[in-house]
Design a protein around this ligand. Structure first.
Ligand code: GAP
Length: 536
């Protein structure tokens, strides 16, 4: 891959995704809608392949996993008991001048001086907020500080200008002497105080729009699995330890959706809740963490761009006994930064107990029922017994849960970023080196020219392949252009029927990644694909 700045690479990836029909902005002809995306003809195949690979590897090929497909809108009590109603919030601040909205935890505030304090020519330029603290944010800060320095009686930044981070922004922010400048418009002191904002989308069931009919679009697929735990146990012969898997849409009213599809307001999750005996939960946690990491490597994410990050104690949710994130070095991030692809969490018995007893809170390291001033549960659980009787152990217990929770869109974006390759030695330098299992089109069939009996030889080969694999037939444009189009779509193999095919019955097979061609008998095209596309 060529050595370009990462933002430039990301711009080129986004442009290719649009040009080739992988991903479009939702409602684009009306100016788009922030945080929503549409998958085009190539993108829909790619994302289906990602989900299909997950379902095959995590569900179909395992005896200890079953699938589920739950409704998006569930009983509102589900979200009260799970904690989402009270706690699924971000803090936001608004600029009252330009109306831009920011996630409070993403803002960094700096005290900027035009030079060192020891220099009599230097002065304080005040407090500046930036989004994030990476190299890009600092470059932008320098440009903004230069402008402000000029405005302040023609001053300038000295070579040793100073930007010191203000760690305790919230306290500073409420201090009227700290007039922070907005990263969008540079107005000073225009931020509102930070306010809590629940990320769940609200909707109403039925004709009346009142508190009683209020409901939510699910912000995760996981709760549908917990509330069906008993149904699955009662209707299948599966025994603990086992998992329930689900793929489906989730919705979060993100304050600042950004970085292409990375943080969207509507997205798909691929979640597993794995139920096990408490004494075996640490073993299963490690098992799933390592297995999920290897899954991404197996589908082509290079291990130097992936990392497993164990959460610090302070970072853990109040119910979690351990969480690891599988993270990827997305090109829109500053060098050395990683973004979450999937979280693998050891959730103990928090979820099943919550849906039995009611909303739980952590008191002195113990999960206890959250009660109101009247001593009654704040949010009541279902009252149903979700414990499990283990025939072999002759023991009743509430299973512990290990939750590998992945995003289908984030995984698809990571596979797109990884596949994007620039090879300047090719006439059309951009290509997508998708793993063959993920490639939207597996093969293309070309007659070298659209005459001389070549289409008559090519079409039957194409007809045979397309019954088994997504394939394309193309007889137009120069052969170089046709190869380039397939390279951009990430098609691993192209079969070309030429003059020699008429003489000896062979066709060329071109490998997308190397550009090398070999000849095989025309009767072997499908067999060749089977050999190269079937997972080992
Ligand atoms: N049930 C646990 C749960 O939902 P999460 O870390 O909030 O955990 C799991 O989400 C995964 O869902 C993330 O690792 C990410 O891949 C995906 N995800 C979460 N929010 C997203 C968003 N706004 N846009 C796209 N994907 C998102």
């Amino acid at each position: 891959m060529s050595n370009q700045p990462t933002t430039d690479v990301m711009d080129r990836i986004v442009a290719l995704c649009k040009r080739r029909g992988f991903i479009f902005q939702s409602s684009e002809i009306y100016g788009g809608i922030n945080g929503f995306w549409d998958y085009g003809p190539l993108g829909v195949e790619l994302k289906r392949n990602v989900k299909e690979a997950w379902w095959t590897d995590m569900v179909r090929n395992r005896e200890d996993m079953v699938g589920l497909d739950c409704s998006i809108i569930m009983h509102p009590q589900v979200w009260k008991v799970s904690g989402h109603y009270d706690l699924f919030c971000d803090w936001m601040v608004d600029c009252q001048e330009c109306k831009a909205r920011f996630r409070h935890d993403q803002l960094c505030v700096w005290h900027v001086r035009s030079g060192p304090e020891s220099d009599p020519a230097s002065k304080s330029l005040g407090y500046f907020a930036t989004i994030g603290s990476g190299d890009d944010a600092l470059t932008e800060l320098k440009a903004r500080a230069t402008k402000i320095a000029k405005k302040m009686s023609g001053g300038r930044l000295l070579d040793e200008w100073k930007a010191e981070p203000i760690v305790d922004f919230r306290r500073r922010h409420n201090d009227s002497t700290a007039l922070v400048r907005c990263p969008n418009c540079d107005a000073q002191g225009t931020f509102t105080a930070p306010r809590e904002f629940n990320l769940m989308f609200e909707t109403y069931i039925g004709a009346m729009k009142d508190e009683d009919s209020k409901s939510f679009l699910r912000p995760e697929t996981a709760q549908g699995i917990f509330v069906n735990f008993k149904n699955v146990c009662d209707t299948t012969r599966i025994k603990v330890p086992f998992g329930i898997a689900q793929i489906g849409k989730s919705f979060r009213n993100e304050i600042t959706p950004r970085n292409f599809t990375f943080r969207s307001r509507e997205f798909e999750q691929m979640e597993i809740e794995f139920f096990c005996h408490p004494s075996e939960s640490n073993k299963w946690y490690e098992y799933w963490r390592d297995l999920r990491y290897r899954w991404y490597v197996g589908l082509g994410l290079r291990s130097e761009k992936l990392r497993l990050r164990e959460h610090e104690k302070e970072e853990l949710s109040h119910y979690s006994c351990g969480t690891s994130d599988i993270e990827y070095a997305f090109p829109f991030l500053a060098a050395g930064d990683f973004g979450e692809l999937e979280g693998v969490a050891h959730r103990g018995d928090f979820d099943l107990r919550s849906h039995m007893e009611g909303k739980l809170v952590n008191k002195d390291g113990k999960l206890v029922l959250d009660v109101g001033p009247d001593g009654k549960p704040k949010y009541k659980g279902s009252g149903k017994d979700l414990s499990y009787f283990d025939d072999e152990r002759k023991e009743r217990f509430i299973p512990h849960v290990i939750e590998p929770s992945a995003g289908a869109d984030r995984a698809t974006l990571a596979f797109i970023c990884e596949a994007y390759t620039v090879d300047e030695s090719r006439p059309s330098p951009e290509l997508m080196k998708f793993h063959p299992r993920l490639a939207p089109i597996k093969a293309a069939v070309f007659p070298l020219v659209n005459k001389d009996g070549l289409p008559e030889l090519a079409r039957p080969i194409y007809e045979e392949i397309r019954k088994v694999y997504p394939a394309q037939y193309d007889a137009k444009a120069s052969i170089g252009k046709r190869y380039a189009r397939m390279d951009e779509a990430g098609t691993p193999f192209c079969f070309t029927i030429d003059g020699q095919t008429k003489e000896d019955g062979t066709v060329t097979v071109r490998d997308r990644d190397t550009g090398h061609q070999i000849r095989i008998d025309k009767s072997r095209c499908l067999e060749y694909l089977r050999e190269h596309l079937t997972p080992a």
